[in-house]
Design a protein around this ligand. Structure first.
Ligand code: ADP
Ligand code: MG
Length: 492
């Protein structure tokens, strides 16, 4: 890939966290028995009419504000096609006048990605083709589940501002964090609440023109997204190096062989509903086939300024600001992986409270990140973490012992001191540690000489050796950090 630049623009479909569907009162939820969360509107029965879900509009405004978009008057259109998973033969979607326009999202590493638009639409039902490798072509028969038909969606379209698979993953992770923090979506990729299409092109480094793009579908995890982009960019570079051209097309990511595959054009026309994304066919030529026109059963949507301001006033603090607050309190510089992770997991408040309660910030970050990641960890009362870290700081617990005590604190109401006592983690006094270190030095004169004479690297290695020996001699009760300090003191 030397000398080539990858250009990526992402289309993310987010299912909205409403109680009911976009245009009717049928429940919007995941995992019900097939065809039970339906009503005349989701089934497209004759005479049924759509009624817009106010909460879905509010959530679209929330996301628009979080992404610094302009909130515009918008229009719903009919996107016409026949397919069994959309029984009324059209999908209602905002087409040329979307609600959220022209914003940006800043990644934790400082990269700013433009947002072209985010528009509201309804999800389709779900087809399952039996036989024929899950595709309609060659299938024996198909099953349709209408539970998802009419679920509110926001399609969030980025500008082609991303330059690497890693940044594309960061973008989706950050967008998900914003969606979850604002309550717009539950963001669960594994349940299809968040679905990503990646538009990928390549160009010679330094070129100002965009290359021809391919749109890659079926990216169901961050891992697939990253792998698919890397594979697709390399495929395009190979084509160009061989003197061939990249053809604009829709491609399908196959997780099992780790490649993208062109859909045969017949398949693309007939089988696009195999993919959950309603937009699979939206190339410019094909757009005409959809015969878009304004939905006559809905009025244009024009949220008034007062409503928008009410939504703005109810916005939570967003992940970027929360990262800044935690980093400042912990005295670390951004970008910081641990801080980003705690915010993503919603444990920044817990860490912040422990730091404000006087605990050593470095230990707080490590404990919350590594030792409070499991079930119940987020619920640990910050004051109890402060007490544990105080014992650790005073040398009453080694790092290993502190970890064990903390694990028990998650399920037990006992104090760290009680748990430590019950486990026999008595404090190893400074005198006893001195004696233990001396004994180990005497027992290993060669290593000690090498430690004293060695450079930083050799000394680091040998320090590890001595810590191991002291640990063995004290049955793991020594604090590794304290041992290293004693070694240094003796060397000088
Ligand atoms: P379509 O109807 O083809 O899905 P959209 O407007 O919905 O078109 O989305 C186009 C997406 O492709 C946007 O995310 C945009 O940033 C991206 N894109 C456009 N041109 C390129 C390019 N040359 N390389 C990579 N991505 C691109
Ligand atoms: Mg699109």
């Amino acid at each position: 890939m030397d000398g080539w630049e990858t250009v990526i623009g992402l289309e993310v479909h987010a299912e909205l966290a409403t109680a009911t569907k976009m245009f009717s009162g049928a429940p919007n939820r995941f995992g019900s028995a097939p065809n039970t969360d339906v009503d005349p509107v989701s089934l497209g029965l004759p005479g049924s009419l759509p009624v817009l879900n106010e909460r879905a509009v509010e959530l679209a405004i929330r996301l628009g504000l979080a992404l610094h978009c302009e909130i515009r008057p918008s229009v719903f259109s009919r996107k016409n096609y026949f397919y069994p998973d959309m029984p009324k033969d059209f999908q209602i979607s905002q087409y040329d006048r979307p609600i959220d326009v022209d914003g940006w999202l800043e990644l934790p590493n400082g990269t700013r990605v433009g947002i072209e638009r985010a528009h509201l639409e309804e999800d389709t039902g779900k087809s399952t083709h039996v036989g024929g490798h899950g595709r309609i072509t060659g299938a024996d028969y198909s099953l349709v589940d209408y539970n998802r038909a009419g679920v509110p969606l926001l399609e969030i379209v980025s500008r082609p501002d991303l330059r690497s698979a890693a940044d594309a993953r960061r973008y989706v992770a950050e967008l998900r964090a914003v969606l979850v923090a604002t309550g717009v979506s539950d963001g669960k990729m594994e349940e299809g609440s968040l679905r990503v299409d990646a538009n990928v092109s390549v160009r010679p480094e330094g070129s100002a023109e965009l290359g021809t793009r391919c749109e890659v579908k079926n990216l169901n995890s961050l891992r697939s997204l990253g792998r698919a982009i890397e594979h697709e960019a390399a495929r395009q570079v190979d084509l160009l190096l061989a003197g061939e051209k990249v053809t604009q097309q829709t491609r399908h990511w196959d997780e099992s062989d780790g490649r993208t595959h062109a859909m045969r054009s017949k398949e693309e026309a007939e089988d696009y509903r195999y993919f959950p994304e309603p937009d699979a066919m939206r190339s410019k030529e094909e757009a005409e086939d959809y015969r878009y026109f304004p939905e006559p059963d809905l009025v244009p949507l024009a949220p008034d300024a007062e409503w928008i301001e009410r939504v703005r006033a109810s916005m939570p603090v967003l992940p970027a600001e929360r990262r800044g607050t935690l980093a400042a309190a912990a005295g670390v510089d951004l970008p910081h992986e641990g801080v980003a992770l705690l915010v993503e997991r919603g444990q920044d408040g817990q860490a912040l409270a422990a730091i404000e309660g006087g605990a050593d910030p470095a230990r707080v970050l490590v404990h919350v990140e590594q030792n409070l990641a499991g079930p119940g960890g987020a619920e640990l009362e910050p004051g109890r973490l402060v007490a544990l870290i105080a014992m650790e700081g005073a040398g009453q617990l080694t790092a290993t012992q502190a970890k064990a005590v903390l694990a028990e604190m998650v399920t037990s109401p006992a104090s760290p001191a009680e748990i430590a006592a019950a486990r026999g983690f008595e404090a190893m006094g400074a005198d006893a540690l001195d004696v233990a270190v001396d004994a180990v030095i005497v027992a290993h004169p060669g290593e000690w000489e090498a430690y004293r004479a060695g450079d930083d690297k050799a000394r680091g290695k040998l320090a590890g050796f001595f810590v191991g020996q002291v640990m063995r001699a004290t049955s793991g009760r020594a604090d590794g950090r304290a041992v290293k300090e004693l070694l240094e003191r003796r060397r000088a």
